[in-house]
Design a protein around this ligand. Structure first.
Ligand SMILES: [Zn+2]
Length: 211
């Protein structure tokens, strides 16, 4: 059996299990999705959004990329954000990084990963530079790595608040709240590190009028 054949077999077993436990499961989900949460996480295979939060299909709208970045010129991430916020009207957005993130580690190194990855990781180097004073004060390399992971999540949450998508939703429906979490690969525990409730004031430079 090929490795991917096992996935298809497991899928059949899983679908049968679901129907056995709840005959209406797929009919209900096929008709409508009303997730309360948007999850922006790392692509890392060890951080599956549903599994680590004990949520089921239909409960979390998910976007993942390397090191969970929210970039103002990433039409993929922003389309997900717009759909989740404007159309699905999610109540909470969670940016979830994780300790031991390869993307963060790569950005802290001087290694050349060539064209596309260098471009992506540059955004994390910019987070480092923004917090250079604090990070340079941490001597232990592992602690510095952990702190950059937390600060990266914080910056990405702030990037969300800088979008007209979020600002319009805050004005119209006083939601969603924005959460920055970091998941621990070693213990499976999520550490909440940053939060911006709806209508938190941001740097006026980034505020839009006429929303
Ligand atoms: Zn990662």
């Amino acid at each position: 059996m090929k490795s991917y054949d096992k996935l298809l077999l497991e899928n059949k077993a899983w679908a049968q299990e679901r129907i056995k436990a709840d005959p209406d499961f797929f009919n209900r989900l096929a008709a409508l999705q009303t997730p309360e949460f948007l999850w922006i996480g790392c692509s890392d295979s060890r951080v599956p959004a549903n599994e680590i939060t004990g949520t089921k299909p239909g409960e979390i709208f998910v976007h993942r990329n390397i090191a969970n970045l929210v970039l103002h010129n990433d039409t993929n991430c922003l389309s997900v954000l717009d759909y989740a916020v404007t159309h699905l009207e999610v109540k909470h957005i969670i940016v979830c990084g994780h300790y031991g993130c390869g993307g963060i580690k790569a950005a802290m190194s001087n290694r050349n990963y060539n064209q596309v990855l260098n471009m992506w990781l540059r955004n994390i180097k910019d987070v480092f530079r923004l917090h250079q004073t604090e990070l340079d004060g941490i001597e232990d390399e592992d602690k510095k790595y952990e702190r950059l992971t937390e600060l990266n999540v914080q910056e990405q949450v702030m990037h969300l608040a800088k979008t007209s998508i979020i600002q319009r939703a805050w004005k119209n429906r006083q939601a969603p709240d924005l959460h920055g979490w970091v998941y621990g690969l070693k213990d499976g525990i999520i550490n909440p590190v940053f939060e911006m409730k709806a209508n938190t004031r941001i740097d006026p430079l980034y505020e839009y009028d006429d929303l």
